[in-house]
Design a binder for this molecule. Sequence first.
Ligand code: AMP
Ligand code: MG
Length: 532
Amino acid sequence: MTETASRPERIETGPIERGRIEAGRTETGPIAFDNSYARLPQGFFARVEPTPVAAPRLVAFNRALAEEMGLDADALAADGAAIFSGNRLLSGSEPIAMAYAGHQFGQFVPQLGDGRAILLGEVVRPDGGRRDIQLKGSGQTPFSRRGDGRAALGPVLREYLVSEAMAALGIPTTRALAAVTTGQPVYRERVLPGAIVTRVAASHIRVGTFQFFAARGDNDRIRILADHVIDRHYPELADAGDDRYLQLLDAVAGRQAALIARWLGVGFIHGVMNTDNMAVSGETIDFGPCAFMDAYDPRTVFSSIDQTGRYAYGNQPMIGQWNLARLAETLLPLLHETPGEAVDRANDAIGRYMERFQQEWDGVIRAKLGLPGVSEDRAGGDRGPADGGDEDTDLIRAFLALLLEQKADFTLAFRRLSDAAEDTAADAAFAALLADRSAAAPFLARWRARTAQDSRSAAERAAAMRAVNPALIPRNHRIEAAIAAAVEEQDFSLFEAMNTALARPYDDQPGFAAFAEPPKPGEEVLQTFCGT
Ligand code: AMP
Ligand code: MG
């Protein structure tokens, strides 16, 4: 493949001329591709091949994921360096760079697109789920603007670790199938080793994909895209007739509400919730400057580029709504022929998002605190929703206020509280997380009085709490250490150990106890960088 062969075609969004809709599944090779996005009409993507790299080396391969996807894991492992660097294209692969736009920190950019990512194709897993396989860092595309199309090893390892940790936590997310180093330098503030991550996603369709066509007034393609998304991610809406686009908006909102509630539950801060980084499938995508909070504070921000705290931990639910409003705007022509009516419908859906988020978050935080579900309370009979509900709301607020005032580690506080649910001897370990230990007792007394009304045994409650309160999250200072060892000394042992440990986040793993510890004074990571 020569440089010119990989030079991209231009993105034209003129009249729709072709649409290859026949199934294109390839039955040969280690990956049986079936590329539905590449069969959309022109305008959705540019065909472009990965640019070969000098000396690829496979540094991580996710065999379990390959097997889950029905891929030939042995063949991929054997040839991983060539395949996951893009040096060898497998038969059936139809590499494309996807077009999208997006609001970045509130500013609309009409053309972003895959500037350093190339979709190799899609596979249908044995369970029927369709998955994208994409290289990130694989060279320039028509969307690269001034970028080199490459990625540095640090961000590649971060994406690998954090996306896999999120999956193990049970949170919808893109996955990491492999990482290779390229043997070529990339030039950032300093010279860094280049790398490529292979990302697996339900799809890479973003709010910004809709915005790309809305910005061009291309209602035909918005409808094609919406129907593709319904087909792929919300097939239950296929028969909903003309109402299906409003239902699509509601369904995307519902998944986003659930996703962000789950993020908050583990202290995750996405860091760059631009509309191009919000997948309509409801998966977490784009692990640039993301980070997990250590001490609880809703104002926490790590991203070096987030000067105003727009994407702070506690702002995420609201930003989710802002992003959905941008999606809704693109769908207006499909919602109703009368513009006023379309806007009313969109606004109602956006309002429902916040209600939905509140319900989701209520479920998450109640489970974390070991409080019985509200419905269980109601089913119990004499306790009205008002008394149990309001009292619980107050208890939840009191706990979070305690964590904030006492600068307590978010993850460990819930984990120690889980232990305290069945053993008062664990109270001391919880109290030890607080700046002032004596602040623990009044809360614990109140919490015990409330949970005692629950029908579960203490042991059952503790087990249920441990199943939602991880012992282990990818701590920023540990990620940085793992990256530094790999980048500076070509030592991947910390990266591998972390990956192993993070695969079982809800288990106490004495062998990996150090990974569970918050940073000691001086070890805190204050900023994370996008690494573009
Ligand atoms: P991100 O910050 O990763 O969400 O990327 C925002 C936009 O910048 C997307 O259009 C990316 O494709 C593009 N981009 C980021 N890094 C590079 C790079 N090294 N080369 C080309 N384009 C890039
Ligand atoms: Mg992005």
